[in-house]
Write a protein that binds this ligand. Structure first.
Ligand code: EPZ
Length: 418
């Protein structure tokens, strides 16, 4: 496994162009299985998870082409395989998102249970109950979710909790169900809205995207479209937080500030100057960040995917911060690695209490997931000496050209293959 070696102390300055959101392009790629004619997707980020999803669609029998601008065209018109193999699903939870489209289009789907990961058990019971509400017969056996339905029919379902991919899976299935579907307590994330917009451009009849109740009038078929993926707000905010941590000046292009309102306000509370414009924002800081409290919640709350970066900011802030993780039960494992970097932090259940220090201290640390990995590299930026962050393949799943962009902003960083 490769490692990233960071020499701390540099200030980040410059501009970054953000590409499409990982958590929008993955469901949208799966949505192409609903159409019987080619769908083209633009602004695709160059990520390992995108490659994995393309391999999965190919394994199911879809024809994929990619042009020099990374625009992907998927033709899922042929008779597809409807069993998603464990070998591909185990590396990426989002593979569960082929379940709804395959079931809706072909009346059958078998997808290996994705299994847990470093941030939690990641169950899919809401995906299953939502599809059952549309008339599907779904069982879990031999490590597979097995779903069957001659033709899905419109139904009503209220999710037990806000689930991003749960909302997306059932929404995609409802698009081809016969009749009206009403889904309540849905996720309102911009990535869910982007999927809904793509489905609507394919001819789906969906109302309420971005609100907690979605109403879908099923249609007989979905037609070709070209869709440009929304910018990745999590990647964009990661660079903004890095600017505040290193007391730099970074302008992020390609992300809608409205998708990060609460995060940008939190950065202002730390004392950073944050300006916004149509397709981006600028974060400037010339002093140590003030401590702020953060509670992660579904959109429009503070995103759980930025929790590691919030902890990195708190680790060097002036004062005490209380960070509360309300979405994933195991996302604080990352805090132990930050303590190795000299953070004065301790966790108690859903809460992490962090007393900021002037500077972290370099140490070898290990990534456990995409966002924890990015958080540790940011920690290395504000540590004395040289920090080795190991197992950085996790970062490649969610951040395009990570160390290249950090270097372009002035970070002293290099990747050493393991
Ligand atoms: C999506 O995961 C994202 N992944 C995650 O991003 C993100 O952290 C998460 O949403 C929350 O915003 C993709 O979109 C591919 P959930 P998802 O279902 O859909 C519980 C990243 O780094 N739950 O919204 O899997 C679950 O345990 C990744 O980009 C059930 O109990 O998350 C969790 O506590 C990490 N049963 C809560 O709901 C279910 O059937 C929210 O999970 C589904 C979820």
């Amino acid at each position: 496994m490769a490692k990233i070696v960071i020499t701390g102390g540099e200030v980040l300055n410059g501009e970054v162009q953000i590409s499409g959101a990982k958590n929008a392009v993955l469901p949208i790629l799966c949505a192409t299985l609903l159409a019987d004619r080619p769908i083209s997707i633009g602004n695709v980020p160059h990520l390992h998870d995108v490659t994995t999803t393309m391999e999965l669609l190919g394994a199911l029998g879809a024809q994929l082409t990619v042009d020099e601008k990374l625009t992907i065209t998927v033709d899922a018109g042929a008779q597809l395989q409807t069993v998603a193999p464990y070998e591909l699903v185990k590396t990426m939870r989002a593979s569960i998102l082929v379940l709804g489209p395959l079931l809706a289009k072909h009346g059958h789907a078998e997808v290996s249970l994705p299994g847990g990961c470093a941030i939690g058990s990641r169950p899919v019971d809401q995906h299953i109950r939502g599809l059952q509400a549309l008339g599907a017969d779904v069982v879990v056996e031999n490590g597979f979710v097995k779903a069957r339905a001659d033709r899905l029919r419109g139904g009503r379902y209220a999710f037990d909790m806000v689930t991003v991919t749960g909302t997306e899976n059932v929404l995609m299935a409802a698009a081809l169900a016969r009749g009206t579907t009403v889904l309540e307590n849905c996720a309102e994330e911009p990535e869910v809205v982007d999927l809904a917009n793509c489905l609507i451009s394919m001819g789906a009849k969906i109302e309420g995207a971005g609100a907690s109740t979605l109403t879908v009038e099923g249609v007989g078929r979905l037609h070709p479209t070209t869709h440009r993926v929304v910018g990745d707000r999590i990647v964009g905010a990661t660079w903004g937080i890095a600017a505040a941590m290193t007391r730099g000046d970074v302008t992020v292009h390609g992300v809608a500030p409205a998708h990060l309102q609460l995060v940008l306000n939190k950065l202002r509370d730390t004392g950073a100057v944050v300006e916004t414009f149509d397709e981006g924002f600028r974060v400037r800081a010339d002093a140590r960040p003030k401590a702020v409290n953060v509670s992660t919640l579904p959109f429009p709350g503070f995103p759980t995917d930025l929790q590691p970066m919030a902890i990195g900011l708190a680790a060097v802030a002036d004062g005490m911060s209380l960070i509360t993780e309300n979405v994933f039960e195991a996302r604080f494992r990352f805090v132990e690695e930050m303590v190795r970097l000299g953070a004065d932090a301790r966790t108690d259940g859903h809460h992490a209490v962090i007393r900021g220090v002037e500077q972290l201290s370099s140490a070898p640390v290990w990534c456990s997931d995409i966002r924890a990995g990015a958080g540790l590299v940011l920690g290395g930026l504000v540590a004395d000496g040289v920090t080795d962050v190991h197992d950085v393949e996790h970062i490649d799943r969610g951040y395009p050209r990570f160390e290249e962009i950090l270097r372009s902003l002035g970070g002293e960083i290099e990747r050493v293959s393991g």
